[in-house]
Every structure is written in structure tokens, then in C-alpha cells.
Design a binder for this molecule. Sequence first.
Ligand SMILES: Cc1cc2nc3c(=O)[nH]c(=O)nc-3n(C[C@H](O)[C@H](O)[C@H](O)COP(=O)(O)OP(=O)(O)OC[C@H]3O[C@@H](n4cnc5c(N)ncnc54)[C@H](O)[C@@H]3O)c2cc1C
Length: 277
Amino acid sequence: MSLNIAVCIKPVPDPDYYDKITIHPVKKTITREGIPTIINPVDKNALEAALQVKEQFGGKVSVITMAPPNAEENLREMLAMGADEAYLLTDRAFAGADTLATSYTLAQGLKKAGPFDLIFTGTESADGATSQVPAQLAEWLDVTHLWNVQEFMVEDRALKAKMGMENGYINYFLQMPALLAVKRSINKPRYTSVMGVMKAKKKPLTLFTAADLELNPELLGLQGSPTKAGAVFTPSMARKGQELTGETEEIVEQLIQVLRGAGLNLETLNVNEAGRE
Ligand SMILES: Cc1cc2nc3c(=O)[nH]c(=O)nc-3n(C[C@H](O)[C@H](O)[C@H](O)COP(=O)(O)OP(=O)(O)OC[C@H]3O[C@@H](n4cnc5c(N)ncnc54)[C@H](O)[C@@H]3O)c2cc1C
């Protein structure tokens, strides 16, 4: 049995640059220009799961993302880790997509690149973190799906999988084609070898724009996004300063009043009248 496997990966902002991310005051979209990206960490677990299935049963592993053109670098990293080919869905028409428009575009990309027996995603992204894309994607593709998968076994054209719960897990039996959203504890992603990096340069990376896919323009980007962001503001992080003046004892007295005013119960601290322990 040889399997055609897809892995959805999302480039997310490098956490070292989180303080540089801004929100457009009018469009209320996140401005990420100039911010380096990394692969959403759990998506590497998704790729590791796919590679293990391929090693056991044979087949092909494709990675796919809907992202700006510079995501090519992220895809090359996944090819270096072991994926066989990559697909980048990129077009101005995809900009401003909420989870529904994102999952629709991804689903159309998967239909064009597939069909796939198995699709892996992560449980959630490190930035948007809605966890909505996996289920929406499976619905668009009309395949069975399971979220928060902590363990699975492929048997013939079916899967046995454990879905993690707060206090344990539930066993499921799924028929392929199927989509599994895996959690981070499912495996440990392999390291990328130097040989892998060299090989990745020659592996196929296909670019799909809106014109290459069978798409309903009304379901794309901002236009196809029923989620409308409400008021967006950046909380002020400024600190309020207050200068205490006078003799030392007066300053201590003022300080005690300020601390009491802020709700600190000085009686519970071992402080005597003179302010010393
Ligand atoms: C009104 C609105 C406007 C927005 N405008 C923009 C915008 O202009 N630019 C922008 O970048 N974002 C925009 N977003 C955010 C964008 O919708 C989300 O980043 C995207 O839908 C993924 O959602 P998530 O991060 O919650 O993914 P989750 O559902 O938490 O992700 C779960 C898994 O799904 C897969 N996945 C998720 N996204 C992708 C992807 N793009 N490609 C491949 N696999 C994926 C990954 O495997 C991931 O682990 C907007 C959101 C809203 C609500």
C-alpha cells in the first residue's frame, strides 16, 4: 500500500520579533511585513508523522501552505526535513483571509495537488491559534477528520487514532481519506541533515496563484471572510510615575499610604512602625 500524504504547514512570525507586529488601524489586519517567519512548531510534528507513515508504507509526502511568496524558504526547510515536494499558494487575492477563506483556498490547492489519502495538520498555530482550519479543511474536502491526535496507527485503508482529552483519550477508527490534526506530544521531529538541505534544493516546489486553481472569487481573501474584526487597539504600556518628597520618614509614610492605596496589606508583612523588620 503506497500512500499519498499531504502536510499543511503555516509560517508564523518568529517569536523574537513579536514586539514588531502591528495591527492596521483601518483594515484591522495584522501587518507582518519585514518580520522573519518560522514554521509553526507543531506543523513539524505533523510532517514527522507523515514521514513515519511513508517510511512504513511507502508513498509520497507533499507540504502545502497558503502564504506570501517568501514562504518558499519555509517550504524548502520542510523539503530538507524529508518532504518530497512542496506547494505554495500565493496571490494578492488571498490576502485578508479569515480561517474560512484560508481553509477554502487550502482545500482547493489540496484538490489540485492531490488527491491525498492522508492529510496532516497541527492542532493550532502559534499566532492565530483558532484551531479552526483543520476541521474546516476536512469539511471542504469532505473527508473524515480528528483533532488533537496523540497517537495513531495505519491499518490497510483505515486508521486507529487516539484523540487527547482533558482526562485521558478517546479511541477512534477512521476510514481514509482522512485528516489528522496532531498535537506536539505525538512525536519528536527529526533533525535536518546537511544532505537533506542539499537534496531540498532540487526537490519540486510548485507555485499556485488564484488563476491556477478552481476558485470561487467570492470565497477568497477579505471578501470571502465572514469574520469581521471589531475595535482594535494597542493597550498603552506607559507607567505612571509619582515622586515622593520630604524627609526620609515622611517619604516612608507617603510610601506606606501609596502601598495601602494600591491594596497591599502591610499588616501581613513583618514590618514594624519604623518600617524595619
Ligand atoms: C478578518 C481577518 C483577516 C485576516 N487577515 C489576514 C491577513 O491579511 N494575513 C494573514 O496572514 N492572516 C490574516 N488573518 C489570519 C488568518 O485568517 C489565519 O492566520 C489563518 O486563517 C489560520 O488560522 P489560525 O492561525 O487560527 O490557524 P489554526 O486553525 O490554529 O491552525 C491549525 C493548523 O492548520 C494549518 N494551517 C493554518 N493556516 C495555514 C496556512 N495558511 N497554510 C497551511 N496550513 C495552515 C496548520 O497545520 C496549523 O497547525 C486574518 C484573520 C481574520 C479573522
